[in-house]
Structures are given as C-alpha cells and as structure tokens.
Design a binder for this molecule. Structure first.
Ligand SMILES: *[C@@H]1O[C@H](CO)[C@@H](O)[C@H](O)[C@H]1NC(C)=O
Ligand SMILES: *[C@@H]1O[C@H](CO)[C@@H](O)[C@H](O)[C@H]1NC(C)=O
Ligand SMILES: CC(=O)N[C@H]1CO[C@H](CO)[C@@H](O)[C@@H]1O
Length: 249
C-alpha cells in the first residue's frame, strides 16, 4: 500500500526537478549569451592585454558596467567632500614636490602643455599650475571645472600630439590598459613625457580594474616611447614612478 502511494509523488518530484534544471540551464545560457554580446563592444576591438605581471580583474561584464562602477566612486558625495576638504592641501603639497622634482630633472617646464589623467577633483592640476605649469588640465569621467574636464582615458578627447607632459596615478583603473597607454602615446607630442605612478607591491582599491606586478607590461605597452627612469616613490599608496619619453618619430 505504502509503495503504491509514494510512487506517483516521486515521479512528480522527478519531473519537477527536471523542469527546474532545464529552466536553470536555459537561464545560464542566456546570461552567457548576453555576456558574449557585450564583450564585443567597440572599445574592445583589441584583445585585452594580459600577461603574467598584468592581470585584468574579472567581474566586469560590459564596458558600461565598468563605467558605472567607476562613477560610483567618483560621484560618492562623502569621498568628494574629503577630496576637496581634508585631502586638498595635503595632496597638493605632495604633488608639488613630485612636479618640482620633475622640473629639476628637466622633464617638465613652465611652458609644458600638461594633462593629468583621471584627475577627479584636480589636485594635481592645481599643483601643476602652482609650480608654474600654467597650461595644464585634467580629465575624468566627471568634470570638476575649471581644473578637470570630462574625458575617458580609454578615448581621450584630444587631437594627436597635443601635450608635452602627461601624468597619471590611476593606471590601475584601466579596464583596457593597452588603450590607456595607446591614448597617451597618441596625444603626446614627439619627445613628450609621460609620468605614471603605480602600485607594484600593494593591491589597490576595490575600484581597480587591473593589478600590476612589475613594470615589464608597461614597458611592453609603450611601443613608441623609451623608459627615462623607474624609481620608488611614496605617493598615496602608489610606490613606483615610471617615466617614459615618446620617441622622435
Ligand atoms: C616657472 O614658474 C614659477 C612659478 O610661476 C616661477 O617661480 C619660475 O621662476 C618659473 N621658471 C622659469 C624658468 O621661468
Ligand atoms: C592619430 O594617431 C593615430 C594613432 O597613432 C592614427 O591612427 C591616426 O591616423 C592619427 N590621426 C590623425 C588625424 O593624424
Ligand atoms: C548583461 C549586460 O551587461 N547587458 C548589457 C549589454 O549591453 C547592452 C547595450 O550595450 C545593455 O543594454 C545591456 O544591459
């Protein structure tokens, strides 16, 4: 008697679980399909550069989701408030020291046309102007006039050969590092100088899109530039300064 009663429910459960598994598989497939669609967006024509010492963080399903995440940090009102109050003078003083050092090394001049990439509220632009580099501006996803104008470092809003000098401490935020570097080389004038501050020994924040473990991938990506120097610095959690000079083609 008992077995007769339990048989039909078992069959029912079997069919139900079969149905659920199928639904689950279909759901997975549709996610994968969406993901594949989005990885073929225009900013991704080139393969993502990834070598042993440069790792792109997984988890960005589309360029749009990456941008949204970056905006999430850039637009965070608490962070913005800290940047323009508590951090403002302290950071400017540190940047002034970096830029004065570069001027002494003849890598930066009052006459240089300078760009700060991923400048947020533009402390580095303010510092550049204070050391005498008056023709300087920053770009970021969110503008902060008059120091920072709107611009994506994967697709700089400037003509070829515009700047004598470019500075950035946000390389780790690049989802497409080869684009980040390619745009710098495109917009630098011949003999123009690029200064990057990067973290090699420490993992940066949760908004980072890549992790760099040596300068080798950078040196490989800067195809039409030569390394001027690599040195240790202490720059807001970033420990290494790498300076490139674009070749005189
Ligand atoms: C560069 O500008 C700074 C600040 O305005 C000034 O003190 C300095 O003399 C200038 N240097 C040169 C070489 O003109
Ligand atoms: C700008 O530079 C890029 C890359 O070097 C090149 O492909 C493009 O043709 C240049 N554009 C102009 C208008 O010279
Ligand atoms: C899953 C996902 O990110 N889908 C997005 C793919 O890209 C299109 C348009 O580019 C978006 O509308 C989807 O939301």
């Amino acid at each position: 008697m008992k077995t007769n009663q339990t048989k039909p429910p078992i069959l029912k459960y079997f069919l139900l679980s079969l149905f659920l598994s199928l639904a689950f598989i279909l759901l997975l497939l549709s996610f994968q399909f969406k993901y594949q669609q989005n990885t073929s967006n225009p900013t991704n024509e080139n393969p993502i550069y990834s070598s042993g010492d440069l790792k792109i963080r997984p988890g960005y399903t589309s360029y749009e989701s990456y941008i949204q995440r970056q905006l999430h940090k850039t637009l965070n009102p608490k962070l913005r408030d800290i940047w323009i109050t508590r951090d403002w003078d302290r950071k400017i003083q540190v940047f002034i020291q970096f830029f004065q050092d570069l001027k002494q090394k003849q890598l930066l001049f009052n006459e240089s046309k300078a760009l700060a990439i991923g400048a947020r509220v533009g402390q580095e632009v303010e510092a550049l102007r204070r050391v005498g580099v008056s023709d300087s501006v920053g770009i970021d996803l969110v503008p902060y006039p008059p120091l920072v104008i709107k611009g994506d470092f994967h697709n700089q809003p400037f003509e070829n050969e515009t700047f004598d000098y470019e500075f950035s401490n946000v390389f780790d935020h690049a989802l497409y590092p080869h684009k980040f570097v390619g745009e710098i080389e495109r917009t630098l004038k011949p003999r123009g100088v690029c200064v990057l501050h990067v973290a090699l020994s420490r993992r940066s924040d949760k908004y980072s899109a890549n992790d760099l473990y040596s300068v080798k991938p950078l040196v490989e990506m800067f195809k039409i530039s030569e390394v001027v120097h690599v040195r240790k610095v202490d720059g807001f959690g970033l420990d290494t300064e790498v300076v490139f000079r674009k070749k005189n083609q």
